[in-house]
Design a protein around this ligand. Sequence first.
Ligand code: PLP
Length: 369
Amino acid sequence: MVKFLDLLKINAQYADELKQAAADVIDSGWYLQGERLSRFEANLASYTGVRHAVGVANGLDALRLILKGYIALGVMQEGDEVIVPANTYIASILAITDNRLIPILVEPDLQTYNLDFRLIEQYITPRTRAIMLVHLYGQVCWSGAVEEIAKKYNLKIIEDNAQAMGASWNGRKSGSLGDAAGNSFYPGKNLGALGDAGAVTTNDDALASMVRALGNYGSEKKYVNSYQGLNSRLDEIQAAFLDVKLKYIDAENQRRREIAQQYCNHIKHPDVQLPLNHLHDFEAGSHVFHLFVIRTTHRDKLQAYLSDRNIQTLIHYPIPPHKQDAYKTWNHLTLPVTEQIHREVLSLPISPVMTEEEVQHIIQVINAY
Ligand SMILES: *Cc1c(COP(=O)(O)O)cnc(C)c1O
């Protein structure tokens, strides 16, 4: 049986260090807002190449708090528009609507699965305040053109970096490219906690302080509440786990890239479309392969075939946000590229703990399909 993702095996690699980290936190008697969080924030900021990292409860909250922070700072207000790729995981969109901002759904590029930069400008209105770029499946979504557009229309660029921890673009890390980024440490993400956790990364001093306050009851000083905040904090124990695992993220991403390269070089089937690494460069690091997503016109058939041969696959994602009951008013919309992606995508197993035999086995089974 090849599991889609073996979390036990991933964390077992670091079991001694993780157990020691947990024991240290337990014995410290200090469980929130302590030195382990500060240390992880400093290490994450330095790794990402930004001035500030602010730990929060999860990735969705990181994005929610960025937008809430911009509203509190007067950069945007209720009813303003945020451009976002239509095929993203729904969390990107929930963060926008939760703040009573309006998501403007824009189609992705069928080759990269990332926002189609050529379409952005036509969706800009006087109420557009931000572009949310999602580095979907682990591939950096960035270009000089998008920076130009943001400058021209005075828009913030918010990165949803939940899936691309450790990726880089021309030597700059994802999470440092835009004005602010939401990062997720959900256990299955490339840098996974042993529970929920997230962080905002930014070079914006005012936004960083605001996010920190908003995630702590809108308070900068105990029992003094300056804003209507939330409780969204990163536990000491998760910060301690993340500090252990941050040391290994580059090696893990490197292994993911090697597996992706093997898949790309050796899977050959007329009905299997491989993901396009748009720089055709597995070394440069613009793709950290959080997911290895192929497209196929008879997706359910291929998934059943692989399942019969004990290869577990998943679909990211089966229903696009605009067809969800949560967003009924959008259900009538037609977004052909997004809908084709949701009909055809299938994610193959990829993880830093997969063995060479497992990778070869998957390649052979698909080629024999
Ligand atoms: C996982 C994910 C999120 C949300 O992160 P959580 O930590 O699960 O809240 C947001 N956006 C994308 C693209 C994700 O994959």
